[in-house]
Design a protein around this ligand. Structure first.
Ligand SMILES: [Ca+2]
Ligand SMILES: [Ca+2]
Length: 489
């Protein structure tokens, strides 16, 4: 107690208004970048020598003339107790704002990997504020809400599941800080604060889209606490397994660098395993398995990778990131490195499991489809779909080697009591005319598994017997391919 009281005198030197308006008191803000000094300034118990400086000697009181020593002593006692109480209040009872939390970020420009000040580890504070926005993401681990208060645009509080708060109303939340590992780094983070990791699942979505443009859609899911399975949801065009290799990489940092590296794919993190020839399926370190489910020697929908024994974080706020990259084996010229990249999957692993956003504007509801040709008619069926999607958000494309035509279904036209069909008219693919008709089995206005479209070419698909056609479904909001079904007349 003595330590706290005398240390509080030290603090007193930086804010005598403390006693009059205790609600204005803040924990001294640390301007230095040094964590060491942060500890010294905010935690007197860890620095007893500082405490000595503030001790008031009896001699000082005697020097004051005109004021009775007894009264002076009483005043000082009141000040000491008041300031000590204020100190305790400021340190342990007062509520923080999100802006206060923001000030606890270590912002050393030499570190691209921020965390909170180390003296917060093990502490719990109450954060309060007025709710400004609530951002809810559907994720593989349930609904994740990021709650921003009016005091900070940067620090979001985290709520899993139902949100007991409303925009414009007060929020009060207990926030714990802990040491946590993010890839190769150790930081102080909090499970109740989204900083800095909320960006990482969004990176996964961006990279998925890039991979899909290259032709590969891999969908990762947790099989158990030891195994992640990455299913080949779509691969277009089909590639021979003997031409493919894969590399499993682990992230090395927590934030900015991670983002930049992952955009460079092969530059991402550190390789921890690889398979040099997918047709042989043997990995160097036994962390990756590849299963050619249909044994056709090609990478096709339904084939999968399994990652076993990869490290996972132990702490609630910890995180590890991995990336599985697929490449073509036979291009060795480094100049062509971009061309060797087939696709990738970026995974964010928490101690609760694989974290991915599964909704929102950036989410592409990938699908799988198949085409069956009957004379001059091809029927393309949606066999699998990650998530129901409105027909308003879908573009149907038919391509040959050089041309393409598009059709746009409308949800209104496919919304009925039961099975609904919509004719989308005819278009010219090169010199061939083609028409498209969409059938929504349930007539609910949404693309579901089993829904299909029929493309008819009155002049047939036989302009050239060497042409291969593809029917594609595009997710219009992002203009990204949901699936492609190849066929030849
Ligand atoms: Ca296969
Ligand atoms: Ca439907």
């Amino acid at each position: 107690m003595l330590l706290v009281l005398s240390a509080s005198i030290t603090h007193w030197g930086i804010g005598i208004q403390v006693e009059e308006k205790p609600h204005l008191v803040r924990v001294p803000r640390v301007e230095s970048d040094s964590t060491e000094s942060a500890i010294n300034e905010t935690s007197s118990q860890e620095r007893p020598e500082t405490a000595g400086k503030g001790t008031v000697s009896h001699g000082e009181i005697k020097d004051k003339k005109g004021i009775p020593v007894k009264i002076m002593a009483l005043i000082l006692a009141a000040i000491v107790i008041g300031a000590g109480g204020t100190y305790l209040w400021a340190e342990y009872v007062r509520h923080w704002s999100a802006a206060d939390i923001e000030e606890q970020i270590i912002s050393d420009p030499t570190e691209a990997t921020p965390g909170f000040r180390h003296n917060l580890a093990g502490r719990t504070v109450t954060v309060e504020g007025k709710v400004d926005t609530i951002e809810t993401h559907e994720t593989t681990l349930g609904d994740l809400s990021l709650i921003y208060t009016t005091s900070s645009e940067y620090i979001a509080l985290v709520v899993w599941g139902d949100v007991p708060y409303e925009v414009g109303k007060k929020i009060e939340m207990r926030v714990q800080f802990e040491w946590a590992i993010c890839n190769n780094e150790t930081h102080v983070y909090s499970p109740q604060i989204a900083f800095p990791w909320q960006v990482l699942p969004a990176i996964s979505m961006v990279l998925d889209a890039v991979s899909a443009v290259r032709g590969l859609v891999l969908v990762p899911e947790d099989i158990d606490s030891d195994t992640v399975r990455l299913e080949v949801f779509d691969q277009y065009p089909a590639l021979s397994l003997s031409d493919l290799n894969c590399s499993l990489r682990v992230g090395t940092s927590s934030y900015t660098i991670e983002y930049i590296q992952s955009l460079g794919f092969w530059n991402f993190g550190r390789e921890i395993d690889s398979i040099s020839n997918l047709s042989q399926g043997v990995s160097v370190n036994d962390l990756v398995d590849f299963v050619d489910l249909d044994h056709d020697g090609w990478i096709t929908a339904g084939d999968y990778f399994e990652l076993s024994g990869i490290e996972r974080p132990e702490e609630d706020s910890g995180m590890r990131t991995y990336m599985l990259c697929l490449g073509l084996t036979n291009i060795t010229d480094p100049e062509d490195e971009g061309d060797t990249f087939v696709g990738s999957s970026h995974m964010v692993i928490t101690n609760r499991g694989l974290l991915r956003y599964t909704g929102g504007e950036q989410y592409v509801p990938y699908a799988r489809g198949s085409a069956s040709v009957n004379g001059n008619e091809v029927t393309v069926t949606c066999d699998r779909l990650m998530k129901q999607v409105s027909w308003d958000d879908i573009e149907i494309q038919l391509t040959d080697a050089t041309n393409y035509v598009s059709w746009y279904p409308s949800a209104d036209g496919l919304d009925g009591e039961s099975s609904a069909t919509q004719s989308l008219g005819s278009a010219m693919l090169g010199v061939a005319e083609a028409t498209c008709t969409v059938t929504d089995l349930a007539g609910n206005g949404y693309l579901d598994e089993g829904d299909y479209f029929v493309i008819t070419a009155p002049s047939g698909f036989t302009i050239s017997p060497y042409l291969y056609y593809s029917a594609l479904l595009l997710y219009e909001p992002m203009h990204v391919r949901m699936f492609a079904a190849e066929f030849s007349p």
